[in-house]
Design a binder for this molecule. Structure first.
Ligand code: PMT
Length: 319
C-alpha cells in the first residue's frame, strides 16, 4: 500500500475500462444500489457505502497465483453493524469470504461443535444450539433478522481488484442522487500494484523457468475521481494504514491535502484494533480503547462510527 500521490482523475477514469476488465454484473448491481439509495434517501435515511477486505491481484490470466494482502474485513464488518445501529442504511462492498456483519462474531467457531441432534438416531430429529458455544446468539440473530427484514443492508461482493474498482465507481454513481446524505467509508485494503492484462501470461507461470521477477504498474488512486467527479457532494472518509507509526499522521495529512475529502482514519497495522486517529482539515481526534473497554468487549469501530456520524451530521447542515 503505497503513499498518496496526486493523479489525474481523467486519466484514472479513462483508463479504468481499458486497463481493468469490466465485470459482467456491474450494471445490474448499479441499478440495485441506485434503487436502494433512492428508497432510503426518500425515507430521510443516510446511506453509507462501506468497502471492506483485501483485493486479489492475479499474476496469470487463467489464474493459479495471485497477490493478496492481510485485511480480514473485520473493520468493515463491525463498522457496518454500528452504522446500522446509528440509523444508516448500509451498502457493504466486501471481498468474497471476508468477515461479514453479525456472522463475523462467530467466525472462529466451528458451527458443528455448537449444535446437537436429539434424538441422535431419528431422521426427523431436532437440531438445537448450545448457546454457551455461540455467545449472545439469540440477541445477534434478532438484530440480524431485523436488519434483513427492513432491507437496511445491501451486500455486494468483489474478489479481484478490477471488480472492486468498477463496483466502487458504480456505487458512487448510484449514490449521487442523495448528495450529502451519502457517506463513503473506504476501509478496504486496496492493492496499489497490478499487472495489466496485456502484460500478463495466459497460462500458469512455469517454475522450471527459474526464479520469478515481476514488474507491476501503479493502480490509479480512486480517491481522486471519487472526490472530484463521481461523488462531489458526498461525505468521504478514506483510511491510511502504515506499519511505521512515526510517519502515519504526516501521510494522513498529505492524503487529505491531496484529495481534499472530509477525513482520514489513520491506523498502524499492529495497534489497529485499539487505537486510531481521525484526521480532518481542522482537527485530529485520537480514539483509544482502555484496558477496561477491552475487558468489556468494546470495539474501536463503535468510537469511529460515533465520531464520523456526528461529523457527517454537521457536514449536511453546512451544505
Ligand atoms: O480488515 P481489517 O483486518 O480489520 O483491517 C482494517 C484495515 C487496516 C485494512 C483498515 O483499517 C485500513 O486501514 N484500510 C485502508 C488500508 C489501505 O489501503 O491504506 P492505504 O494507505 O494504502 O490507502 C489509503 C486509501 O486510498 C484507502 O482508503 C484506499 O481506499 C484508497 N485507495 C487505495 C488504492 C487505490 N488504488 N485507490 C484508492 O483510492
Amino acid at each position: 500500500m503505497a503513499d498518496a500521490k496526486p493523479q489525474d482523475s481523467g486519466a484514472a477514469e479513462g483508463n479504468l475500462a481499458e486497463e481493468f476488465a469490466v465485470p459482467s454484473q456491474v450494471e445490474e448491481v448499479k441499478s440495485r444500489m441506485a434503487e436502494f439509495a433512492e428508497r432510503h434517501g426518500a425515507a430521510g435515511r443516510r446511506v453509507v457505502l462501506i468497502t471492506s477486505g483485501g483485493t486479489k491481484v492475479p499474476l496469470e490470466s487463467r489464474t493459479v497465483r495471485f497477490l493478496d494482502n492481510f485485511s480480514s474485513g473485520r473493520r468493515g464488518a463491525s463498522s457496518a453493524e454500528y452504522f446500522l445501529d446509528s440509523g444508516y442504511a448500509v451498502i457493504f462492498l466486501h471481498r468474497h469470504r471476508s468477515l461479514y456483519p453479525y456472522t463475523r462474531l462467530y467466525s472462529g467457531i466451528n458451527l458443528l461443535d455448537a449444535l446437537t441432534v436429539e434424538p441422535a438416531e431419528d431422521r426427523s430429529a431436532r437440531v438445537s444450539v448450545d448457546q454457551s458455544a455461540l455467545p449472545n446468539i439469540a440477541a445477534t440473530l434478532k438484530r440480524y433478522q431485523a436488519v434483513k427484514s427492513s432491507g437496511l443492508l445491501l451486500p455486494v461482493e468483489f474478489s479481484t481488484l478490477s471488480e472492486y474498482l468498477h463496483l466502487l465507481k458504480a456505487a458512487a454513481q448510484a449514490l449521487s442522487s442523495i448528495g450529502s446524505k451519502a457517506m463513503f467509508y473506504l476501509a478496504a485494503a486496496v492493492s496499489d500494484f497490478y499487472i495489466p492484462a496485456s502484460e500478463m501470461p495466459e497460462h500458469k507461470i512455469q517454475s522450471s523457468n527459474g526464479p520469478l521477477q515481476i514488474s507491476m504498474k501503479m493502480v490509479p488512486k480512486m480517491l481522486s475521481p471519487l472526490v472530484r467527479d463521481w461523488a462531489p457532494g458526498a461525505f468521504i472518509i478514506s483510511f491510511k494504514l502504515e506499519t511505521d507509526s512515526s510517519i502515519l499522521l504526516e501521510r494522513a495529512r498529505r492524503a487529505l491535502d491531496t484529495y481534499r475529502h472530509q477525513a482520514v482514519v489513520a491506523n498502524v497495522l499492529d495497534t489497529r484494533r485499539g487505537y486510531v486517529v481521525v484526521v480532518t482539515c481542522h482537527a485530529q481526534h485520537e480514539l483509544q480503547l482502555s484496558d477496561e473497554d477491552a475487558l468489556n468487549n468494546v470495539e474501536i469501530e463503535e468510537r469511529i462510527v460515533s465520531n464520523l456520524e456526528a461529523a457527517h451530521r454537521a457536514f449536511m447542515l453546512q451544505g
